[in-house]
Design a protein around this ligand. Structure first.
Ligand SMILES: [Fe+2]
Ligand SMILES: [Fe+2]
Length: 262
């Protein structure tokens, strides 16, 4: 059996999140020796969106594929850029005609790997069906590779669980993102798909999903708009490492990461 390892890093929140990745990724790569590094970058520009410069910065740290989600368009500069580089993805079930790529097949030292970005519809903006979109893309990819990873960016644990059971055995891994709160349910499903409902974030633990707590609390208490800043104390890098049989595409291990940075 030939092991293909994937390191997935949860939503990188602003500059403190980027600094955490810069500081910690080299030692994580040394320790786990992943063949592919995927990270969600939808909050990497000041907590809201991503810019072309930050795409280049994250790729320069050693991230191979950047996924996103509902915040992908928050920085307008990305709109004109996203068609130029299929190493940054936006959810594949966005409306037809929007810029960017929803999936890609990239090469790793252990062969080709498919990566699909999807977004949920429960407690989120309406989009095309993520379940049917997933099936269509898997069908397109299946002649190129059996190793397929999905970043399913969703709010509801039920929807992410349902997707995992729907796609068990059809993909190598389904990694949930978006809530920024890590769940402890990582496991290998019966037909060989690695799954975690939410991998968490790369951001400050004592914050409201990465935002300074005083500002977020003021918003909750007053319902008034607030300036949001990114908390930079008590940083965590959250993610997961998946071990996949490169020839069958079946996963056999998923390890959750929750690393404290000084
Ligand atoms: Fe996020
Ligand atoms: Fe999100």
């Amino acid at each position: 059996m030939s092991e293909l390892k994937v390191l997935f890093i949860g939503d990188i929140i602003g500059k403190p999140g980027r600094r955490a990745v810069k500081d910690k990724l080299p030692s994580l790569i040394k320790e786990h020796v992943p063949h592919l590094v995927i990270a969600n970058g939808e909050n990497s520009a000041g907590g809201f969106g991503i810019t072309p410069d930050i795409v280049r910065e994250l790729l320069g740290f050693g991230i191979d594929i950047i996924t996103t989600g509902n915040h992908v368009w928050d920085k307008k500069e990305i709109v004109g850029f996203i068609d130029n580089d299929n190493r940054i993805l936006r959810p594949a079930n966005f409306p037809p005609g929007v810029p960017g790529y929803g999936y890609t097949v990239c090469s790793s030292r252990k062969g080709m790997v498919g990566v699909i970005n999807l977004q949920g519809r429960v407690f989120m903006n309406p989009l095309d069906c993520p379940f049917r979109t997933a099936l269509d893309i898997i069908e397109k990819m299946k002649d190129e590779t059996k190793v397929i990873l999905i970043d399913f960016h969703g709010e509801a644990t039920s929807e992410k669980n349902a997707m995992a059971l729907f796609l068990d055995g059809r993909v190598s891994g389904i990694i949930g993102t978006h809530t920024h709160v890590q769940t402890a349910d990582e496991r290998i499903l019966p037909k060989g798909t690695a799954y975690i409902t939410d991998v968490g974030m790369t951001g400050a633990l004592q914050s409201v999903i990465g935002i300074k707590m005083e500002q977020a609390l003021r918003r909750f208490l007053t319902q008034m708009p607030q300036k949001f800043q990114i908390e930079n104390k008590d940083m965590r890098l959250m993610g997961a490492v998946l071990s996949i049989d490169a020839s069958s595409g079946k996963a056999y291990n998923i390890k959750r990461l929750n690393i404290t940075l000084n």
